[in-house]
Design a protein around this ligand. Structure first.
Ligand code: ATP
Length: 226
């Protein structure tokens, strides 16, 4: 049984290898980590340390070479097993470029509704989207615009709404504010931290920004494998 204090995300001895055969190269040193509901962990380290690789493994976009990832104490992925389809809503991502989260020709609302329906099987998305937008401090009317008709900060808040509305246990944000000016980046990362805390979501946040890392519950520094 999962209790309030048991980890939402467990990363146990995970490593990564890029390439095959003679070209195979270790790209993530053995990494272990627990994040409880509502906690946030900043993943920091030099360029090439493996931060995005760790984010991709947690999202289920690539498999670890060793180790395993658990979500809510239940196996999420291993070197031989992808995340199960019916649990995909449990881990959501906020990308570096918020435009990547949306279909360019659609309103933000349509992309969000479609993602929530696909991931939850629920047809009525209204209350989920309204609550997520309220917590992300995004005016609901802005969701009627297309991705290029809002500011970078508004688009990133909308990407946060898209990620939290399906009800994930874990949110993975890979450099979510690096394309924004310092003041907007500050406000957007504050919103991300408060939404996840409020909803009891575990946040894995890849960042180069020390002021963002400082606001997280903990920092995990990773180094490239030797
Ligand atoms: N598709 C790929 N093919 C081969 N090697 C890759 C690939 N993607 C990443 N790598 C390598 O894996 C290592 C880790 O890359 P990763 O993108 O995870 O680092 P990072 O810490 O996120 O870096 P940055 O801060 O620059 O974004 C690097 O040495 C990189 O060159």
């Amino acid at each position: 049984m999962t209790t309030r204090t048991s980890p939402a995300l467990t990363i146990a001895g995970v490593t990564a290898v890029h390439g095959r055969g003679a070209k195979a190269r270790a790209t993530l040193a053995p990494t272990s980590l627990d994040i409880r509901p509502g906690e946030s962990v900043a993943v920091v380290g030099r360029s090439g340390a493996g931060k995005s690789t760790l984010a991709d493994i947690t999202l289920g976009l690539r498999l670890p070479a060793e180790g395993r990832v658990l979500v809510g104490g239940v196996e999420w992925c291993t070197p031989s097993a992808r995340p199960p389809r019916d649990r995909r809503h449990l881990v959501q991502g906020v990308p570096q470029d918020p435009l990547a989260a949306f279909v360019p020709r659609w309103t933000l609302r349509r992309s969000i509704d479609q993602a929530v329906r696909r991931l939850t099987g629920e047809h009525d998305t209204e209350s989920r989207v309204r609550r997520a937008a309220e917590l992300a401090q995004l005016d609901l009317e802005l969701l009627e615009r297309r991705p290029t008709e809002v500011s970078g900060g508004q688009a990133q808040r909308a990407a946060t709404v898209r990620a939290v509305a399906p009800g994930p246990a874990v949110l993975v944000a890979d450099e979510p504010t690096s394309a924004l000016d310092a003041r907007t980046a500050d406000a957007v990362s504050a919103a991300l931290l408060s939404v996840t805390q409020e909803l009891g979501i575990a946040l894995l946040l890849v960042t180069h920004d020390p002021s963002v890392a400082e606001r997280c519950t903990r920092t995990l520094r990773i180094s490239a494998p030797r």
